[in-house]
Design a binder for this molecule. Structure first.
Ligand SMILES: Nc1nc2c(ncn2[C@@H]2O[C@H](COP(=O)(O)OP(=O)(O)OP(=O)(O)O)[C@@H](O)[C@H]2O)c(=O)[nH]1
Ligand SMILES: [Mg+2]
Length: 327
């Protein structure tokens, strides 16, 4: 056993040894891998953990197949993946139906949605993927739901302003996700818990058209305004939905820039989408992997500061920049 393994690592190791279910073992191993000090002395152990993890995941998959079950995942598409989470009947499917090309089933009864449904939401000149998920509640839930929240770029936590239990329902959703080590956080907050997934979240207070909505919205605001940005919407009347497209875009922490071949016009309908803070080199690499290496300099048109100004490889691109790469 190499030296300087942390107490947290040893804790996770203990949990791994005590675990019975394959999923628990996988979770503990993943945590060990995240926690193990990364240096030469632990290389062997790291390799060993990775092998065991791969084997266990394959076993879990086989077991699912034998049970006749299936593993559920949603392939990423577009500029970002956004999941809708919330209690039953809050209007998650209605919102996805209003904002995207998808047509998830909407029902007056709870637990209508049983499978993820992905749809594409247009925002100006890009598409963002919204994923409708089944309800999250202690009464009943599909066991795989939290595993789809984990990898998302953004979560929309949907509150049902027509439900008297609105506050308790939200607490329940947050607590259930917490049990799977998924923490809903406001955007820009640094990861706080090792081994947890921190999913940036905004709260959508839906059904603002209903009679008691105003009072319910007041309660939601006083409880959650310090934790999440809150947007009041109605999937039924469409209130608040158009501005929501930009809010979602802003929440993804991405920028759109436009590539311009020397001597030609920029391609303004097909932006290059990059994480905020990306440099010109990263932009070049996103267009073609060889470009990152070959890039000599670039010229930028944008905002007020640049009008074809020459910038170096480490220039941080800004929303709306038009960029001429010189290879
Ligand atoms: N008045 C009003 N009703 C809404 C609104 N959004 C959804 N509903 C209604 O609320 C009910 C539930 O809507 P869904 O979209 O199926 O809710 P869900 O969150 O997907 O529900 P589950 O899939 O069961 O978890 C349906 O009867 C909708 O018509 C809204 O903004 N206002
Ligand atoms: Mg639904």
């Amino acid at each position: 056993m190499p030296a300087n393994l942390t107490p947290q690592y040893l804790e996770a190791d203990k949990r791994f040894k005590a675990a019975k279910a394959v999923e628990e073992k996988v979770a503990a191993l993943e945590e060990m891998l995240a926690l193990i000090p990364k240096h030469k002395g632990t290389e062997h152990l790291q390799g060993d953990l990775k092998r065991r993890l791969a084997k266990l995941k394959a076993e879990a998959e086989q077991a699912r197949r034998r049970r006749g079950g299936f593993s559920i995942s949603v392939d990423r598409e577009g500029a970002g993946q956004v999941v809708l989470v919330g209690p039953p009947n809050a209007g998650k499917s209605s919102l996805v139906a209003s904002l995207t090309n998808a047509q998830p089933e909407v029902g007056e009864y709870p637990f209508t949605t049983r499978r993820p449904v992905a749809g594409m939401m247009q925002f100006v000149n890009i598409q963002i993927q919204l994923v409708d998920l089944p309800a999250i509640s202690d009464e009943y839930m599909e066991p795989w739901v939290t595993s789809l929240v984990r990898p998302a770029d953004l979560a929309l936590l949907v509150a049902d302003l027509a439900a008297p239990s609105v506050l308790g329902d939200l607490e329940e959703v947050i607590a259930i996700l917490g049990r799977s080590k998924v923490s809903l956080v406001p955007s820009g907050s640094p990861p706080a818990l090792i081994g947890w997934a921190h999913v940036e979240t905004m709260l959508l207070a839906n059904k603002v058209d209903t009679p008691s909505a105003e009072a319910a919205l007041g309660m939601v605001r006083s409880t959650y305004a310090s934790r999440f940005p809150i947007h009041a919407v109605s999937a039924r009347t469409g209130l608040g939905l158009e501005p929501l497209r930009r809010v979602i875009y802003d929440g993804l922490g991405i920028v759109r820039v436009y590539s311009k071949p020397p001597g030609k016009d920029p391609s303004t309908h097909s932006p290059v989408v990059l994480p905020r803070g990306s440099t010109i080199v990263e932009m070049a690499g996103a267009i073609h992997k060889d470009f990152a290496q070959q890039l000599k300099y670039a010229r930028v048109w944008g905002g007020t500061k640049f009008s074809g100004q020459r910038v170096q490889r480490d220039y941080v691109v800004q929303e709306g920049d038009i960029i001429e790469l010189h290879i």
